[in-house]
Write a protein that binds this ligand. Structure first.
Ligand code: SAH
Length: 340
């Protein structure tokens, strides 16, 4: 069987060449790009300005989106989680989060994750990197209106799939038309990736998952071999110098582990002077080992940071009843399919 060409992931120029290879004029490629990226169509029949013969041929030799949705879960607040099957049978998640006037789409960059943060369900298995088309394909599935925010905070560590991440960012920007300031890459602290991101021609936002104010505690939560906090902070300062963009620091609050007042004080010292914002994420229970702190403890932690002059918000989770935390839906799916 000859492999079908996957169109999502190709630039307009590449689609023009593809049309040419089919014996069609180059502008047909531009039409296809408009249909798949800007009008979001999912089948060739809908491409009404292409000749019927070309549409038929396309359906024989090409696939639009490499993802096929296999499960959709909608939460009472409208948060929608999509589980999709990839061509090789792997599965990947993306989440649509409505906020009234604007939407956020959370996308994965890898199948599973090789980092293995102890509190995160994504780290329980790792299969492979996602291609740029597989990353963009998630956005096309979840997108409902123009200009959503895109957060690379689904499964996987984006900086370990840097080239495909950058390709996806460029496609989202140039083909789908999503502004760079609407995109945020979240990293566990891959310093080399932070440095490379700062040099990118399309400058997106950076979020760093810190979770602890010192290396001793951080290593307990994130056993993977990563640079010390001092090096991560240095890269963050350089990132700010290069981009003038305020950095977000994510901090998952785990009861009795990293949620004490002394941790908040230590964290504020670490961040002092750097234009940043702290996003406190009350732990979304996935493993029995950890618990979410009480509302009172969360509020005290927040107030301590605020008093030290650190801009801080508590991220109220969306879709907790639909297994909203990273990797949870896929885990459930894997468990079910293993049982069958
Ligand atoms: N690998 C990247 C991006 C994916 S995770 C990173 O580490 O930043 C996005 C955020 O969700 C990270 O801050 C991660 O630590 C956090 N997270 C993972 N599991 C969680 C859980 N069960 N509850 C709350 N936050 C979680």
């Amino acid at each position: 069987m000859t492999e079908k060409k996957i169109l999502v992931g190709m630039t307009t120029q590449e689609l023009e060449s593809f049309a040419e290879q089919m014996g069609e004029p180059r502008y047909r490629g531009r039409q296809i790009a408009a249909w798949i990226y800007r009008k979001g169509v999912i089948n060739f029949d809908a491409m009404t300005d292409l000749p019927k013969g070309m549409r038929e041929k396309l359906s024989q030799i090409a696939i639009i989106n490499p993802l096929e949705v296999v499960d959709v879960k909608v939460s009472s607040d409208g948060t929608t989680k999509y589980l999709s099957k990839l061509i090789d049978g792997e599965t990947v998640e993306c989440v649509f989060i409505p906020h009234g006037d604007w939407d956020t789409i959370c996308v994965s960059t890898q199948v599973g994750c090789p980092i293995g943060c102890r509190f995160c369900a994504s780290g329980e298995s790792y299969a492979r990197n996602l291609s740029a088309g597989e990353i963009v394909g998630q956005v096309l599935i979840a997108k409902r209106r123009d200009n959503p925010n895109i957060v690379f905070m689904g499964m996987g560590e984006p900086m370990l799939n840097f080239d495909n991440l950058v390709k996806a960012i460029k496609l989202l920007n140039k083909e789908v038309g999503i502004g760079a300031r609407r995109m945020t890459v979240s990293t566990v602290g891959v310093v080399q990736g932070i440095r490379r991101l700062a040099q990118l021609e399309i400058q997106v936002n950076l979020a760093v998952s810190l979770h602890a104010p010192n290396d001793e505690l951080r290593r307990k939560l994130i056993p993977a071999k990563l640079p010390p906090i001092s090096e991560i902070m240095k890269a963050c300062w350089d990132y700010f110098q290069a981009t003038k963009r305020r950095i977000t620091f994510e901090y998952v609050l785990l009861k009795g582990i990293n949620d004490k007042i002394e941790h908040a004080i230590e964290l504020s010292r670490l961040l002092k002077g750097l234009p940043c914002h702290v996003n406190l994420i009350p732990y979304n229970p996935t493993v029995e080992e950890f618990e979410r702190p009480s509302e009172n403890a969360i509020e005290k932690f927040r107030q301590t940071l605020a008093k030290q002059g650190i801009p801080v918000t508590v991220r109220h989770e969306h879709g907790i009843e639909i297994q909203g935390a990273c990797g949870q839906l896929r885990r459930q799916y894997l468990t079910v399919s293993e049982r069958q």
